[in-house]
Design a binder for this molecule. Structure first.
Ligand code: NAD
Length: 251
């Protein structure tokens, strides 16, 4: 297993895409550190399944990010995946939601990256993988904070990629279209309200309308790409923003 001896921190890995990435990295031998919220018994089960540590840090705060990195220790693979969404017209967008979304989806990745990079540079190997989104490339209405944060995450990733490239460290985004997770399911009611649509209309006419495959992406598909980005064959893949969106952002 090619990731034996490597330590991977995956933020937001108690469910959805992050959990799939954690499972995929573990299957290749990585030692995994989980982060994210959830039911204590469920998290205990995941820890047992993956032989993983879990750090219960709130990444919307600088203190939470710093506590996570201190507890996780030096990591060879950093996956910035924790994220949240809110759907609302910009003039009604709750200001506290804006602050939280930008803090979690963008600023947390800055904090974890700045704290992870010294070890990676010193040892001459590292992988930074950021779960961005099709919304890091294109916009949809009513998602101002999310779109701004994800576009920002793409910019952060490119900048870091250039800075760490001479040290054997790569930094990339993976950008899914719609993946069927709680994050997507939870935005359906607000999207119904914001657009005046039924649940089926939201699924077919909003969520899947631009995915030419007409399929939701599966979390394991994102895990497989994260594994590839850790391979030596991916040493020249850096600063990329890899779409997994069924053709959504194809021009
Ligand atoms: P999810 O809701 O299943 O998982 C989110 C994870 O983040 C959970 O583990 C949750 O506990 C954790 N989290 C939430 N708030 C946190 C906080 N304050 N501090 C630390 N952890 C916190 O959602 P998901 O769909 O798996 O989303 C994962 C990532 O993928 C997000 O960055 C999201 O923007 C991105 N993404 C999702 C989709 C999709 O369609 N589901 C599409 C594109 C991008």
């Amino acid at each position: 297993m090619f990731l034996n001896g490597k330590r991977a921190l995956v933020t937001g890995s108690t469910s959805g895409i992050g959990l799939a990435i954690a499972r995929a990295l573990r299957a290749e031998g990585a030692e995994v550190v989980l982060n994210g919220f959830g039911d204590a018994d469920e998290i205990a089960k995941l820890r047992e399944e993956l032989g993983a540590a879990h750090v219960n840090a709130d990444l919307t705060t600088r203190e939470g990010c710093e506590a996570l990195m201190a507890e996780a220790g030096p990591v060879d693979i950093l996956v910035n995946n924790a994220g949240m969404q809110h759907v609302s017209p910009v003039e009604e967008f709750p200001v506290d939601k804006w602050d939280l979304i930008v803090a979690l989806n963008l600023t947390a990745a800055f904090h974890t990256t700045r704290l992870a990079v010294p070890h990676m540079k010193a040892q001459g190997w590292g992988r930074i993988i950021n779960t961005a989104s099709a919304h890091s490339k294109v916009a949809s209405p009513f998602k101002s904070a999310y779109n701004a944060a994800k576009h920002g995450l793409d910019g952060l990733t490119k900048t870091v990629a250039l800075e760490v490239a001479p040290y054997g460290v790569t930094a990339n985004c993976i950008s899914p279209g719609y993946v069927w997770t709680s994050l997507v399911e939870n935005q359906i009611p607000d999207t119904m309200e914001a657009r005046g649509l039924t649940r089926d209309q939201v699924i077919n006419d909003v969520l899947l309308v631009k995915q030419a495959t007409k399929k939701f992406v599966q979390p394991a598909e994102i895990g497989a790409i994260a594994v590839f980005l850790c391979r030596d064959e991916a040493q020249n893949v850096t600063g990329a923003n890899w779409s997994v969106d069924g053709g959504w952002t194809t021009e």
